[in-house]
Design a protein around this ligand. Structure first.
Ligand code: HEM
Length: 499
């Protein structure tokens, strides 16, 4: 018995010593890093990451300045809390801050970080992103995108018409619309609601927002990664189904590929990949089938949740601001004949629509801390040292909602993006819903084109209002989105068909 007690004591003392030594080493390391609040051994500043931590960051910034350090479990985190410091890090020192966090959740999703969103900043990743960006650009300016969005819109317009006059929670409808827009962008065809593949995708996307976005304890305590938790089992199963589906889609595309008839982004990507092969690109051989499959995943994974949530914000903000909606409808009526839906060629003639999209993206910024970055090398910022591998969180919320920059950031006012003659002003550098630098969202051209067509088509046909008798809507983000997302709180709108 005595020897057991001794053994237990020895283990406890050794563990405590280990924890204390690593804590002291962390404190010493922190000495030359950006300042930050006191952190506890093991948990660090875990409690500061509860709830909408982009708001907590604003409060911490008042004490510690534009760049400060925190400890998330065992991970070192540096927060970039102003436009200047975000540009300095992500743009001026772009390569130093272009890494991605390596987590168990991320590894599971991306088959060991073979996608763009989680990939390491390597020559293979640069080529993969270059081809992806090229494919998105080619697709976003072509007729295929227009046909796909307009087709998916027709379904939703029919659904909304049958719900006219009733208060409706539009989330499911928007989900279907965006899922169909994004699936046709990736694979060239739309789904029927009852299609099992479509139902699977819907479920995975919704589950991902719920389970995947919370991550796992092992993400911040890597030494726990070997423990098989229920979340890990669920995520493994979920991503397994998802990847099997993508493999099927990609195989079909490769078998039926025709360079003279590019149906979707996957085709554009395959074409650019073949051109890189023929052109003898030195990194092309490192781009494996898994990378290519994962690039197709990037299209859907990057697009669906961001666009669904931005469209949810859109309809809420328009219903809450009938004056904006009426200006949009009048502008559309003056340019787009009633018998057709808005087309991408109408964009330049619709500046108020352009300004409204900017304002929706600003006010309803869906990714308030972007996707966390890491430093790829030992680097520095504002005279502070930032070691390689540090997690970096740009607080985009504090840029797009900053009163010093915008004057009245809490007011939804598209006019802020227009000059006195109603023309769109050059894009302000503080409009950062897509982030900045090497990791900025490569889907922006497609996201803007999709939003233009979806909003234009919907506002042309319907007036969206808040249900009668309800007070002013809640325009503060839903706490459900925690720190990673800013989501519109649940709401209902009434649709009335425009004559
Ligand atoms: C309104 C819609 C969208 C918003 C607000 C948005 C925003 C963002 C943000 C903030 C990031 C992180 C940037 C960073 O870490 O610094 C990101 C990354 C990314 N987005 Fe989007 N996005 C949208 C739509 C899309 C679409 C439509 C696609 C694909 C077609 C897409 C694909 C991606 C990919 C692949 C990444 C990872 C980039 C990288 O790691 O290099 N996004 N997006």
């Amino acid at each position: 018995m005595a020897s057991w007690t001794m053994w237990l004591m020895t283990v406890l003392v050794s563990l405590t010593t280990l924890v204390l030594v690593s804590w002291v080493l962390d404190i010493i390391k922190r000495w030359r890093m950006p300042p930050g609040p006191f952190f506890w051994p093991i948990i660090g500043n875990l409690f500061l990451f509860g709830g909408q931590f982009y708001l907590t960051f604003i409060e911490l910034g008042k004490k510690y300045g534009d760049v400060f350090s925190l400890k998330l479990g065992m991970r070192d985190v540096v927060v970039l809390n102003s436009l200047e410091v975000i540009r300095e890090a992500l743009v001026k020192k772009g390569a130093d801050f272009a890494g991605r966090t390596q987590t168990v959740t991320g590894d599971l999703m991306s088959e060991g970080r073979k996608n763009i969103a989680q990939g390491d900043f390597t020559p293979t990743w640069k080529l993969q992103r270059k081809l992806f960006t090229g494919a998105i650009r080619a697709y976003a300016t072509g007729h295929a995108l227009e046909d796909h969005v307009q087709g998916a819109l027709n379904d939703i317009i029919a659904e909304f018409s049958s719900l006219e006059g009733k208060p409706v929670d539009v989330e499911g409808h928007i989900f279907k619309l965006v899922c169909n827009v994004s699936c046709s962008a990736s694979f060239g065809y739309r789904y029927k609601m009852e299609d099992p593949d479509f139902q699977n995708l819907l479920k995975i996307s919704q589950d991902f927002l719920e389970i995947g976005s919370q991550g796992m304890l092992a993400d911040i305590y890597p030494s726990l990664s070997f423990i098989p938790t229920p979340t890990k089992t669920t995520l493994t199963k979920m991503f397994g189904t998802f990847l099997e589906y993508f493999k099927r889609q990609l195989d079909q595309h490769l078998q039926t590929f025709d360079p003279e008839n590019l149906r979707d982004i996957t085709d554009h990507f395959i074409k650019l990949q073949k051109e890189a092969e023929e052109g003898g690109d030195k990194d092309i051989s490192s781009l494996t089938d898994t990378h290519i499959r994962q690039t197709v995943v990037d299209i859907l994974a990057g697009a669906i949740d961001t666009l669904v949530q931005t469209m949810r914000w859109s309809l809420l903000l328009l219903a809450a601001h009938p004056e904006v909606q009426e200006k949009l409808a009048a502008e559309l009526d003056s340019i787009v004949e009633q018998h057709r839906q808005p087309a991408l060629s109408d964009r330049t003639a619709l500046p108020y629509m352009d300004a409204t999209i900017n304002e929706i993206l600003r006010f309803g910024i869906v990714a308030p801390i972007a996707v966390p970055h890491t430093t790829t090398v030992d680097t520095s910022l504002r005279g502070y040292k930032i070691p390689k591998g540090t997690w970096v969180m740009p607080n985009l919320w504090n840029v797009v909602r900053n009163p010093v920059i915008w004057g009245d950031p809490e007011v939804f006012r598209p006019e802020r993006f227009l000059d006195d003659d109603g023309k769109v002003l050059p894009k302000p550098s503080a409009l950062l819903p897509f982030s900045a630098g090497r990791r900025a969202c490569p889907g922006e051209p497609m996201a803007r084109a999709d939003m233009f067509l979806m909003l234009g088509g919907l506002v042309q046909k319907f007036k969206f209002s808040l249900p009668e008798g309800e007070g002013p809507p809640d325009l503060t983000p839903d706490p459900k989105g925690a720190g990673l997302f800013s989501l519109a709180s649940p709401y209902k709108v009434v649709m009335t068909r425009r004559k």
